[in-house]
Write a protein that binds this ligand. Sequence first.
Ligand SMILES: C[S@@+](CC[C@H](N)C(=O)[O-])C[C@H]1O[C@@H](n2cnc3c(N)ncnc32)[C@H](O)[C@@H]1O
Length: 362
Amino acid sequence: MSGLLCYCRAGFEPELAAELGERAAAAGHAGYAVTDRDSGYVRFLVPGGDAHALSRALPWRDLVFARQKLQLLADLPALDPKDRIAPIIAALQSASVAGPPAAAGQAPYGTLLVEHPDSDAAGPLSGLARAFGNALRPALRKAGLLAASDDPRRPRLHVCLLAGDHLLLACSDSRDSSPWPNGVPRLRLHRDAPSRSALKLEEAFMSMLDDAERARLLKPGMHAADLGAAPGGWTWVLLREGLQVMAIDNGPLREHVMDTGRVTHLREDGFRWQPPRPLDWMVCDMVEQPRRVASRMATWFREGWCRQAVFNLKLPMKKRWLETTLCLDLFAREAGRPLTVRARQLYHDREEITVIAMPSGS
Ligand SMILES: C[S@@+](CC[C@H](N)C(=O)[O-])C[C@H]1O[C@@H](n2cnc3c(N)ncnc32)[C@H](O)[C@@H]1O
């Protein structure tokens, strides 16, 4: 079996399938997506094709609807629940590994992740995934397939449980995949956070900027605007990073956010308000037509009102991949300056995606 295995939010398989199909075709790879509605994963198969090349042509960072991108190794259906390990070892001994080749005598995989799709059907497999991982790890080490101690820089082996007797084997290159199991960063809602939305901005900074970008672009003392700020979750995240915030919303902000003394609350229309001077950051979580939001965000960049931005595009409509591409194209065109733009459906995003934009080369 040659191709990719990508995880997504359950219900967004059609969007991910469309994205993979369009991007693979644009990169000259013939293939097709296989998925079931609400399964939480999509396989993109390239029979007889080069899955390594396909994977390189579709970097994980650039994918919007994939929480994780893996290279498929094998589909093992109808397993005997009394011995799932022997067929896994047999399949791995004949599979080719993603990422840097192992040195002589080195095990091909640095870590093992036993996962299951994030879906109602696969949820009950979490106990099995834990127990099975504990049983499989020593067997893989004994067979020389897994490093004696975890090495996160080496290719990772993923076992994706679909049922008690059915699993997929896949691998990932740690430089081109989500670092988190299931592609889900673990974030806990802080008890002072004014809203659950705070998790979205936290996740955006954590997963869409690398450590060097984050240290360079997000510094105490910087100035930001938060459009559609109430009750204050995103403003609170910016405050924790040490920023000063102009919070734009007709609705009230939580008192402890205002008490910091670093927030100016303006009851203005976020589609009309403009900052008195250029800002380091603008963030926007206004619930509106995505094209209208994308266009307004572009105005901010075109006019030089902010250097960087994080904004959400709500996607309640049916053709969500099409709408995503329309909005991102419109944004890039109207912004009228070279920007690095990353878009992703975060774990904490529901019917929406999050976009981060910054000057190219920053
Ligand atoms: C999803 S909530 C924002 C939640 C916020 N990001 C947080 O973390 O707490 C959307 C907010 O956008 C505001 N909003 C919608 N349209 C707006 C507009 N034209 N101008 C300003 N605020 C607007 C609403 O009042 C609402 O408070």
